[in-house]
Write a protein that binds this ligand. Structure first.
Ligand code: HEC
Length: 416
């Protein structure tokens, strides 16, 4: 065996071991913070989880929990990617590699299931979308979606189930930790040298300095809303879903479930592959995954939710199938018009209270394009001949556009 290769291999190896140790420490911190949060969480009544929402130290812990989970996804993916790239998936490196893979799967699972738990509008909206994707799988789709929702539709039961899945993933986490600790004393030395201290600093920094993307409380209207954009970590999956549904409308699940699942299994299998080819196969798999998910998320993923600050689609509307920001000045003008040209006579002040017409507070969840509202308000009978909503042919296009912009606002009134 070429000595220099062995030496450089082991230098890479010890750097990877230290990285792995750092990821493990963060993983443990994540589970510990989750445990503390769970003491205050009531899945059956997330509306009533006031203590979580109001005690500032708990909010801080929630922010830490959020940012640490995001970092764990990125870091564990980087870790197993580097391990596979350098061929460290076999023999003595296998437990570490498998543990890294499990940390990634667990982190993704925690993120997907934890997404709904803060019970903000985005979390609920994306949970609705995730379940509807599961429902599209052939044969088992109906069953999957029923299991995931706890009924035919999103409800409080759904939150309880996702919370249970979230807690259940701890089993995967324990296996990942046990695998890592099965390595020799050489490995355990990596936990010294400041690794422990250094590893939780990034999440702590983010929790203290960057607003975590939690939003306003979910309402019943969000239980059936499909208008949410994807989060950064689901965007590759979302892109793959769209890419495959472009090929054939019923193939979305292939992109969102089958292909990612196939990659996961193939990657995991590197641990048992013939050592002579494992590294080459690993590099090919990484190349394919980067190419496929890169094309999918950049080409088809669409706009993702903002990474910080409120993650509700508050200041966004759908325009031509794409999310676009609300024009605040135009919407404010629209609100004035709404209250002055007669709309409020039937829809209440700001359209929030139905009188002779329905409340329009959540109308943006049913129609996304301003063109629709402009057409509808000008001549409702042109869209629905039986409607009793009066036509407003006297309104100019500019006025209609402003009113439409106001109607598209997820949180009315505009002058909040
Ligand atoms: C005379 C009462 C009345 C007035 C005035 C009125 N509306 Fe309506 N509007 C209704 C009724 C009733 C409906 C429900 C129609 C239906 O369901 O067929 C409705 C429905 C709507 C809808 C569709 C809601 C949905 O869920 O699809 C929009 C949007 C709307 N109105 C906007 C406006 C705007 C903007 C104005 C002012 C320019 C206005 N309305 C003035 C009675 C009124």
């Amino acid at each position: 065996v070429n000595l220099s290769v062995t030496e450089s291999g082991s230098a890479t190896g010890s750097r990877l071991d230290r990285f792995h140790a750092a990821v493990l420490v963060q993983f443990c911190l994540e589970i510990a913070s989750g445990f503390i949060l769970s003491l205050f969480y009531r899945p059956a009544n997330p509306y009533g989880t006031d203590r979580l929402l109001h005690a500032s130290w708990l909010r801080g812990l929630q922010a830490f929990h959020y940012w640490q989970s995001a970092l764990l996804i990125i870091e564990s993916l980087g870790l197993v990617g580097a391990m596979a790239w350098s061929g460290r998936t076999q023999d003595r490196a296998r437990p570490a590699f498998l543990s890294g893979c499990l940390i990634f799967f667990a982190s993704m699972g925690f993120q997907l299931t934890g997404n709904v738990l803060p019970f903000d509008r985005h979390g609920v909206g994306t949970a609705v979308i995730e379940s509807s994707i599961a429902a599209r799988a052939p044969l088992v789709g109906g069953l999957l979606s029923k299991l995931a929702l706890g009924g035919s539709q999103f409800s409080m039961e759904t939150v309880s189930r996702w919370y249970l899945m979230h807690l259940g993933l701890t089993i995967l986490a324990i296996v990942a930790l046990a695998l890592a600790l099965r390595q020799g004393p050489e490995y355990r030395k990596r936990f010294r040298n400041g690794v422990v201290v250094a590893s939780f600093l990034p999440a702590l920094f983010l929790a203290l300095c960057v607003a975590s993307p939690l939003g306003s409380q979910a309402t019943q209207a969000d239980f059936s809303s499909f208008a949410d954009r994807s989060s950064w970590y689901t965007q590759p999956l979302h892109g793959a879903l769209i890419l495959c549904s472009r090929i054939d409308g019923s193939m979305g699940w292939v992109g969102a479930m089958l292909i990612p699942g196939g990659f996961a299994v193939a990657f995991f299998a590197l641990g048992w592959m013939n050592p002579a080819i494992a590294r080459k196969v690993g590099r090919i798999e990484i190349g394919l995954a980067v190419a496929f998910f890169g094309v999918a998320s950049l080409g088809f993923g669409g706009a993702a939710d903002p990474l910080t600050g409120t993650r509700d689609p508050v200041e966004a509307k759908m325009e031509g199938g794409k999310a676009a920001p609300i024009d605040a000045a135009l919407a404010a003008n629209g609100r004035k018009l709404f209250n002055s040209v007669g709309c409020s006579d039937c829809h209440g002040a700001d359209g929030l209270q139905g009188k002779a017409g329905p409340s329009l507070a959540t109308v943006q969840n049913r129609h996304f394009d301003s063109a629709y509202f402009m057409k509808y308000v000008k001549n409702p009978q042109g869209i629905d001949p039986n409607t009793t909503m009066p036509a407003f042919p006297q309104l100019a296009q500019a006025q209609l556009r402003a009113i439409a912009e106001y109607l598209l606002m997820p949180q009315k009134p505009a002058g909040r």
